[in-house]
Design a protein around this ligand. Structure first.
Ligand SMILES: [Zn+2]
Length: 172
């Protein structure tokens, strides 16, 4: 998918150097996040959109995971990325997540893009593009705004088809 004139959006495979461990580590985690986030059984008549996120520590091991729980919890901020960030910070005992990688099945929204920048996440890997609300290259590019002094490296469209299929199945 085209992202217009935005520079340095990487749409392809991760270089080995990205994680300090085999490149496919993030891809494997992304695949797991996708598989692990089928829609919840409906709560009332509502089910949560299946989005999964995982945070990898600097050594490439899994620190935390989250899935979208907005409907289940009635919390407008309960996006997969925010929940994973909170859990990773709790585990590390600090809000700074330098050196960590956020892996998510869908392009983050403005809230999540802002949160991951504030957490100092070093690398973002996402699957499907979200042309309606995406803030990592689609509608906005919150994480690579040159006015910010922290700009994570982004790998977009990894396992894009698999992740997009999750969404198509949900909204069918
Ligand atoms: Zn979000």
């Amino acid at each position: 998918m085209s992202v217009g004139s935005l520079p340095d959006v990487t749409v392809a495979s991760l270089p080995d150097a990205a994680l300090g461990s085999p490149a496919d580590t993030a891809v494997d985690f992304l695949a797991d996040a996708a598989v692990d986030s089928p829609a919840d059984p409906a709560v009332g008549s509502l089910a949560d959109v299946p989005v999964g996120a995982i945070i990898l520590g600097p050594d490439g091991t899994e620190l935390s995971a989250g899935r979208n729980e907005r409907e289940r919890t009635g919390d407008p901020t309960a996006h997969a990325e925010v929940l994973a960030l909170r859990r990773a910070a709790a585990i590390r005992g600090e809000w700074r997540l330098d050196g960590c990688t956020l892996v998510v099945t869908l392009e983050p929204c403005t809230m999540c893009a802002g949160a991951l920048v504030l957490a100092r996440i070093s690398t973002v890997v996402f699957g499907a593009w979200e042309p309606k609300t995406g803030a990592v290259g689609s509608l906005w590019d919150v994480v690579r705004d040159p006015r910010l002094n922290h700009r994570p490296e982004v790998y977009a469209g990894v396992l894009e088809q698999e992740c997009a299929q999750l969404m198509r199945d949900f909204f069918r």
